[in-house]
Design a protein around this ligand. Structure first.
Ligand SMILES: NC(=O)c1ccc[n+]([C@@H]2O[C@H](COP(=O)([O-])OP(=O)(O)OC[C@H]3O[C@@H](n4cnc5c(N)ncnc54)[C@H](OP(=O)(O)O)[C@@H]3O)[C@@H](O)[C@H]2O)c1
Length: 355
């Protein structure tokens, strides 16, 4: 028996995809290209048991379709819709998915920075029904991380959100698995790739509108790009990091926010010409037991640790008790890196299930 037919005998890991936009479309080929690896290393065969979107409806496939088969379709969602059974709404989707044996909901719907809804409601209901949840959506995590983690623990399920902050770069996993107990005191970071791209393109003479169009084309901008430029995306990420790495209890409104909307092209270009380009900086630290977090534009001097890479590069620098200063850089990430963050969460879940 060859490897492909052997892998067909492996038990399925049934997945539900809620949201089928840039990230979900990048996840399918990744799942497909890692299917043999998943069989070898995890002893399972990931299959898609449901796909749901706001405009194209919610569809369940009782047997499930392998990512490699779906991915071969010119329009995988259309193929899935044709083969699947429609259900009424997201709640029915979760229920029907559970009934056909799905174990994990991958939540990839649009950011709502104000209250994380309706994704927060969907994640709650998936966890309540005992599904694991992976999300790349910052809203529900920034607004209800501790509640959702406690709910997951009670349900013996996992709630993972690595890709919410720096796409595929491990930050949540770094604190949990790689540097446990390292004692993170503070961080400074460039976390919003769209604003970095917009500022660097304005420095090169492009208009803000050109730069927003380019960020949309790359699939890195939020559905509403002003959520990037007004600092909302960075506030969500800063809240998640402060709560995860600095053991905070912050809500997004406790993070001071100033975006780049009011910066004029002249101001941006003059700062760059003076060798101190402006970037949207996220930071958090403790002062007398108080956790202070903020997002605002700042000038990066020549020797600033955040001044690495170009364009959309994300970077974070931590001050730690046990390891001094640690910095991580993700050079010019695209939506592929976000999909990898989701995949890495899936691997964590599948590995723990095997233990
Ligand atoms: N793109 C990135 O580089 C990146 C990086 C990190 C994190 N993220 C986060 O990942 C998530 C997905 O990003 P994306 O770029 O893939 O977004 P996107 O391209 O805008 O796609 C969003 C998807 O969510 C669906 N959706 C929205 N509201 C829904 C609802 N109420 N019920 C069901 N489906 C709903 C949309 O359905 P319709 O198309 O039918 O409306 C669409 O399929 C976002 O929360 C984003 O913040 C993205």
């Amino acid at each position: 028996m060859n490897k492909t037919s052997l892998s067909a005998l492996l038990p399925p890991a049934r997945l539900l995809l809620l949201g089928y936009g840039h990230v979900a479309r990048a996840l399918l080929p990744l799942l497909a290209s890692r299917s043999e690896w998943s069989g070898d290393q995890l002893g399972v065969r990931p299959v898609i048991s449901g796909i749901g979107t706001r405009r194209r409806g919610f569809h369940i496939h009782a047997q499930g379709v392998e990512a490699s088969l779906l991915e071969r379709d010119v329009d995988p969602l259309y193929g899935f819709i044709k083969a699947g059974t429609p259900v009424d709404n997201a709640e029915a989707f979760i229920e029907a998915g559970k009934a056909v044996g799905a174990t994990t909901l991958i939540e990839l719907t649009t950011l709502n920075p104000h209250n994380g809804q309706p994704a927060l409601k969907y994640i709650r209901s998936a966890l309540q029904s005992g599904l694991n949840v992976i999300t790349a959506n910052k809203g529900p995590v920034a607004h209800a991380q501790h509640e959702l983690q406690a709910l997951a623990r009670r349900q013996n399920a996992q709630f993972r959100f690595e890709s919410t902050v720096m796409d595929g770069l491990p930050l949540i996993n770094l604190a949990q698995f790689t540097l446990p107990g390292v004692g993170i005191r503070s961080f400074r970071a460039l976390l919003n790739t769209t604003s970095s791209l917009v500022l660097s393109m304005i420095e090169q003479g492009y208009t803000r509108e050109d730069a927003i169009a380019r960020a949309k084309e790359l699939g890195i901008a939020e559905a509403d790009p002003w959520y990037d430029l007004d600092g909302w995306d960075a506030v969500m990420k800063t809240t998640i990091l402060a709560n995860t790495l600095l053991e905070g209890q912050l809500s997004p409104r406790m993070v001071r926010r100033e975006g780049i909307r009011d910066l004029s092209p002249d101001e941006i270009r003059t700062a760059a010409l003076a060798d101190s380009p402006i970037r949207l900086i996220s930071q958090a630290h403790r002062k007398h037991d108080l956790l202070i977090a903020e997002v605002r534009p700042g000038k990066l001097s020549k020797d600033d640790l955040l001044r690495v890479g170009k364009g959309t590069t994300s970077v974070i620098s931590f001050e730690t008790e046990a390891m001094g200063t640690i910095s991580l850089v993700e050079h010019e990430p695209t939506v592929k890196q976000t999909a990898y963050g989701v995949f890495s969460d899936l691997v964590t879940i599948l590995k723990q299930r095997a233990m």
